[in-house]
Design a protein around this ligand. Structure first.
Ligand code: PMP
Length: 431
């Protein structure tokens, strides 16, 4: 094992290290493995936790909701009341401020951008009729957010993330000075990919933004609101709708969430929480889009959880399954990379990811090496708009899907790849 940091090694020592790492790498390659740390998917045991939800509705169940609505039939455009109460409690918003959608919050975000694009926001020019529309993108961030704005031809401007949220000096400066900036993507709690949570000050500064564009909106994707890893060490955020109201800008934010990583991803329920003005506009569009979303699924979720306490209890079970996986990843990084002084990484208290920063210029080569040894990672660059990480450094690690045993092996291979690429690069730079 390495006892010396790579930067302290001379050429000869590095060459010896490279030979050793190449041999280790070859050994793994010969195992012909197929391991995956690419996407933030719950594992089978996590999905099993929600099987009880299927039992809540049997063929002799009464599918009427509290107000008597028969959930088997058309109607109730914005979602059944009890689902709004449950999801409202989860999102920390009043049921009145909520629309329950279908099975995907990403879909709601897409619709929200799409509506602004074709019809504009509250009487402002539709974005499609403007020469230039821009979005701020805290980086590293979530690739599917960036994909939506890229699809609409919206120019994405990266803003650096910090452990307390995006660089707010930069955000304030940019939105105040450029009317073509219409939005910002945010994952305020246990962010994808770092697992950072915004500080109170960051949330307040968001609420107090004074954008040049009247149709600027904050896209607040609260995907990991109750996804804590620990019982006794959790992040809390002040509530953005409330802060915006206090700051005199109640319409500034769209907040999104879903039960994707609570029950079944792709078969959960999604929601938006926003001001009554924004809701009115959204409802108009919704009325053309659908006669109503899946109320049976809404009812299923309500009957399964009962209330927020039921959800929290359920999330503890998720945490018990995935906590050892996060620990496996972190232990491997500490054990294999810390002694060499290579790379840095986050240590989140919740969410679905660990963010790893390789030495500059190494990420693509590392992901490539890992792939050739049977370990699939999220593509290097994916955490940046247009897939372009200017430092070629960031790699997102998704620990939840593989078993702990697979994860251990995958991380052994990953850290060999990191060291191999780093040493290789150092040696090339010496020559
Ligand atoms: N937002 C974030 C930040 C996510 O990480 C994910 C899932 N990876 C989603 C949204 C997707 O949510 P949904 O399944 O509700 O579309």
């Amino acid at each position: 094992n390495v006892t010396k940091k790579y930067v302290e090694m001379n050429k000869e020592e590095l060459e010896k290290e490279l030979v050793k790492l190449k041999a280790e790498y070859k050994k793994y390659q010969e195992m012909e493995l197929s391991l995956n740390m690419a996407r933030g998917k719950p594992c089978r045991e996590q999905l099993d936790l929600s099987m009880g939800m299927m039992d809540t509705l049997s063929s002799d169940a009464d599918l009427s909701c509290e107000d008597g609505t028969d959930c088997r039939n058309y109607g109730v455009l914005t979602g059944i009341r009890e689902a709004k109460v449950l999801i409202g409690a989860m999102m920390e918003n009043k049921p009145e401020n909520i629309i329950i959608y279908g099975n995907s919050s990403l879909n709601v975000m897409y619709d929200t951008v799409s509506r602004a694009y074709t019809h504009g926001v509250m009487g402002n020019t539709p974005w499609c009729k403007l020469d230039k529309v821009k979005f701020l993108c805290p980086v590293p961030g979530y690739d599917r957010h960036f994909a939506i704005t890229e699809y609409f031809g919206i120019e994405m401007i990266p803003v650096q993330m910090t452990p307390t949220g995006p660089d707010m000096d930069e955000v304030e400066r940019l939105v105040a000075s450029d009317e073509s900036i219409k939005g910002i993507w945010c994952v305020p709690k246990y962010s994808n990919p770092q697992g950072y949570s915004y500080s109170d000050e960051t949330v307040r500064r968001f609420a107090r933004l004074r954008p040049a564009a009247r149709d600027f909106r904050i896209f607040w994707d609260n995907a990991y609101g109750i996804h804590h890893l620990y019982d006794d060490d959790q992040d809390y955020l002040i509530e953005i709708l409330e802060e915006c109201k206090k700051a005199g800008s109640p319409d500034l934010v769209y907040k999104f969430s879903s039960t994707s990583k609570i029950t079944f991803p792709g078969s959960g329920i999604a929601a938006i929480a926003t001001s009554l003005n924004n809701l009115e506009e959204i409802k108009t569009q919704l009325g053309y889009q659908t006669i109503g979303h899946d109320k049976v699924n809404q009812l299923r979720h309500v009957r399964f959880f009962g209330d927020l306490d039921g959800m929290k209890e359920h999330m503890r079970k998720h945490a018990a399954i995935i906590r050892p996986k996060f620990e496996t990843v972190l232990n491997a990084l500490e054990r294999d990379l810390k002694p060499c002084g290579i790379g840095s990484w986050t240590n989140p208290k919740g969410g679905y990811f660990i963010s790893f920063d390789a030495p500059e210029g190494c990420a693509k080569a590392i992901v490539d090496r890992a792939k050739k040894a049977g370990v699939t990672m999220t593509g290097a660059g994916a955490t940046y708009p247009y897939g372009k990480d200017p430092h070629d450094s960031n790699i997102r690690i998704a620990p939840t899907f593989p078993s702990v045993a697979d994860l251990k092996l995958a991380m052994d291979i990953f850290t060999v790849c990191v060291r191999l690429v780093a040493v290789d690069k150092m040696l090339k730079e010496m020559n």
